[in-house]
Ligand binder design. Structure first.
Ligand code: ME8
Length: 685
């Protein structure tokens, strides 16, 4: 019996233009869908657009269109993104689809009949950007009214869903199903949220204010709240379809979401389902945030990464496929990541060209010249090196299966790339080009080419969910395809032709920056009189801390650095500060270091701590606001960019009298001294 795998993405707001964030969730869902199809599972993949609400109504009016005309146009952008990215979704749901609308009304009516919905007056701050009343819980989700968000005070009679009555059941469900919300720290965030009493959920908007929505079946003067309508898409989207054995697709195997919509998915949605007596989804996976070159993406900064543009820019080296590969390889699922051209080039020239591409061309060339293009048969007994590669391939397949089950896609890719490296080093060690010159070693040569071809075939099948096009082209050269069952060792039939073809994984020739003309020297940053001035020390507030996925001593911290925006930093302080004690603490951050990657996790800066002679470690405790920079008397603040650690080393900071000093000078941040509980003369690192 085949296993079902039903995966969803959030349905995207049509007012936005598709960007790397939407592309990421969609590609992640697609990769999981393709992987499960490869395992032989029965798959349903749902994505779509969220089309009702005040913002849409307003945008349509501004554009001089009816809301329906407007959403027909704007939702098209997301379908085009899907086409561009090669998504294999089974349905693209729109909340304006008649079957969805009818079902939302049916659920509403049932909840009303059961007494799960009541009418009451309500007063609150309404956030138009998010179509939500603004409250404590919204602040927790980081969706408070930012400077460009419109919040208005609204008092009105509305309908409410008795969400509060499901609080206990929900908490019990989370405890009973430890992997229901992943990663673990997101689960803890939800449990933290559920420690406060849960209110009821306002699920209607009066038509006098908002008409672009689904009418309440029991009161035609109201429409449903957008989230109520939107969340139900996951259920309604598969209602018209049935599994091969005639059973229903619900419950979803996993809802993929960004961390921005964690509460709606792990509190509102399950409560709604409990109210309606519908089974809960099996898992919710919240991933991290994409930034651009280490900065928050925003329209005003003009740094929003557009998937169409990336595909165009990298067209000569695989375009969309290279982008998909980058997205999956770069972001540790759960953590934040940053897009950069340097990162794209690294993946294109490293993983794709140097590793995978190199193997294809090396093997193909030898097979062509030595065996008239026919891949030799795998011998029944293998030499030591060949056995080593075979065992490596088998263990990589098992490990990738395991990691994919845990949604650790970037680690699964690292594992696949370790097979690529193993094939290349097998080819280096066995040197088929040398064997070819020795007529007495033709059997060995045949073995090397058979074993490496088979390992290459498995590698291409493993990466096929991520780069389906390139993988299919490369496999086709060997007359192969990536279909279920193809991950086993020893399937490549003897005598297969290894066909010639174009270079599938070309390198991107990166132009060296031209030498700057001498006149530009004036634009150089002013020289600093002291190394202290070049370092950008900033107050940062720890928003969350969790264990690094693979480095024992590291924590991954999410920081709020005020005007510098959110930051992710890896810090080697786990032995001294358990992760749970850190959120809320203020620390001093070196904010202008070069971006680094610590065991696969991006780190943008370094937090400072003092070492006592007794071996204890003490964090610096600035008192000002996040984002404020630190100075010392007589020093200017002239931070450089992308400093190496050697620029920071000469800046010797010490603790004296419980305060931070630079030599003899007291250091202040945000005009307040920086405290530290370390002893006198404890040095700061
Ligand atoms: O919230 N990094 O829609 P939305 C990573 N309609 N992912 C990002 C991202 C970024 N910078 N920006 C967006 C909505 N995303 C609702 C959802 S579901 C029933 C209703 C991705 O258009 C991420 O998946 O604001 C995030 O959760 C989603 O887009 C939000 O899309």
């Amino acid at each position: 019996m085949t296993k079902p795998f039903y995966v969803t993405t959030p349905i995207y707001y049509v007012n936005d233009v598709p960007h790397i964030g939407h592309a990421y969730t969609s590609v992640l869902a697609d990769v999981l869908a393709r992987w499960h199809r490869l395992l032989g599972d029965e798959v349903f993949f749902l994505t779509g657009t969220d089309e009702h609400g005040q913002k849409v109504q307003e945008a349509a009016a501004k554009a001089g269109r009816t809301p329906q005309e407007h959403v027909d146009l704007t939702s098209q952008r997301f379908r085009e993104m899907g086409k561009l990215l090669g998504l294999t979704n089974d349905r693209f749901i729109r909340t304006t689809d008649p079957d969805h609308t009818a079902y939302v009304q049916k659920v509403m009516q049932e909840l009303w009949d059961k007494g799960e919905i009541y009418k009451s007056a309500y007063k609150g701050l309404y956030n138009v950007r998010d179509e939500r009343f603004y409250s404590e819980s919204d602040i927790r989700e980081g969706r408070g009214p930012g400077p460009d968000e419109v919040v208005e005070e609204v008092e009105e009679v509305n309908y409410f869903f008795r969400m509060s009555s499901y609080q206990e059941r929900l908490v019990a469900h989370i405890h009973a199903n430890p992997a229901w919300i992943v990663p673990e720290y997101r689960k803890n965030e939800v449990l933290g949220f559920l420690r406060q009493p849960l209110g009821d959920l306002c699920i209607s908007r009066p038509k006098t204010r908002l008409s672009w929505g689904i009418e309440l079946p029991f009161d035609r003067d109201f429409v449903t709240y957008v989230w109520f309508d939107a969340l139900l898409n996951y259920f309604t989207g598969v209602l018209p379809s049935k599994r091969a054995d005639g059973t229903s697709w619900w419950p979803a195997s996993v809802h993929l979401i960004g961390k921005d919509i964690l509460t709606t998915h792990s509190v509102y949605w399950p409560s709604m389902l409990m109210g309606a007596g519908i089974e809960l989804p099996k898992q919710i996976l919240a991933h991290g945030w994409w930034m651009a070159d280490g900065q928050k993406m925003s329209k005003s900064l003009g740094n929003v990464v557009d998937p169409f543009e990336v595909a165009r820019k990298y067209e000569s080296v695989g375009g969309v496929e290279a982008f998909r590969f980058f997205l999956m390889r770069e972001m540790v699922v759960g953590q934040d990541s940053s897009f950069s051209d340097a990162g794209m080039i690294k993946v294109v020239n490293g993983d794709l060209a140097n590793d995978i591409g190199n193997i294809v061309s090396r093997i193909r060339k030898q097979v062509a010249t030595q065996f008239e293009g026919k891949i030799p048969a795998l011998p029944s007994s293998l030499g030591e090196l060949s056995k080593g590669l075979r065992d490596k391939a088998i263990s990589v397949v098992a490990e990738v299966e395991n990691l994919m089950r845990l949604f650790r896609v970037s680690f699964a890719m690292e594992e696949s790339m370790s097979l690529a490296r193993a094939i290349n080093s097998y080819l280096e060690s066995t040197a088929p080009w040398k064997l070819a010159k020795d007529p007495s070693r033709q059997d060995e040569l045949a073995e090397v080419l058979a074993v490496s071809s088979e390992a290459l075939r498995i590698l291409l099948v493993l990466v096929s969910p991520v780069i389906p096009g390139k993988s299919a082209e490369a496999l086709a050269l060997m007359g192969e395809t990536a279909v279920p069952g193809k991950l086993a060792w020893g399937l490549l039939p003897a005598g297969r032709e290894f066909m010639d073809g174009p270079v599938l994984f070309p390198r991107l020739e990166v132009k060296k920056p031209e030498a700057k003309p001498a006149v530009e020297a004036v634009a150089k940053p002013e020289p600093v009189k002291d190394p202290f001035e070049a370092v950008d020390f900033r107050i940062a507030k720890i928003v969350s801390a969790e264990d690094h996925p693979s480095a024992e001593k590291l924590l991954v911290l999410q920081l709020d650095v005020g005007e510098l925006g959110p930051r992710q930093v890896c810090a080697g302080i786990k032995a001294h500060f358990p992760a749970a004690t850190l959120p809320g603490r203020k620390v001093l951050l070196v904010a202008n270091l070069k971006k680094a990657k610590l065991r696969g996790v991006e780190s943008m800066g370094m937090i400072l701590a003092a070492d006592n002679a007794d071996g204890s470690v003490h964090l610096l405790e600035p008192q000002g606001e996040p984002g404020a920079f630190a100075t010392a008397e007589g020093m200017d603040h002239k931070p450089g960019v992308n400093l190496g650690i050697e620029a920071v080393d000469p800046v010797k900071l010490v603790v004296r009298g419980g305060k931070l000093h630079y030599g003899q000078l007291p250091v202040s941040a945000g005009n307040l001294p920086v405290n530290c509980s370390a002893q006198d003369e404890a040095s700061v690192h």
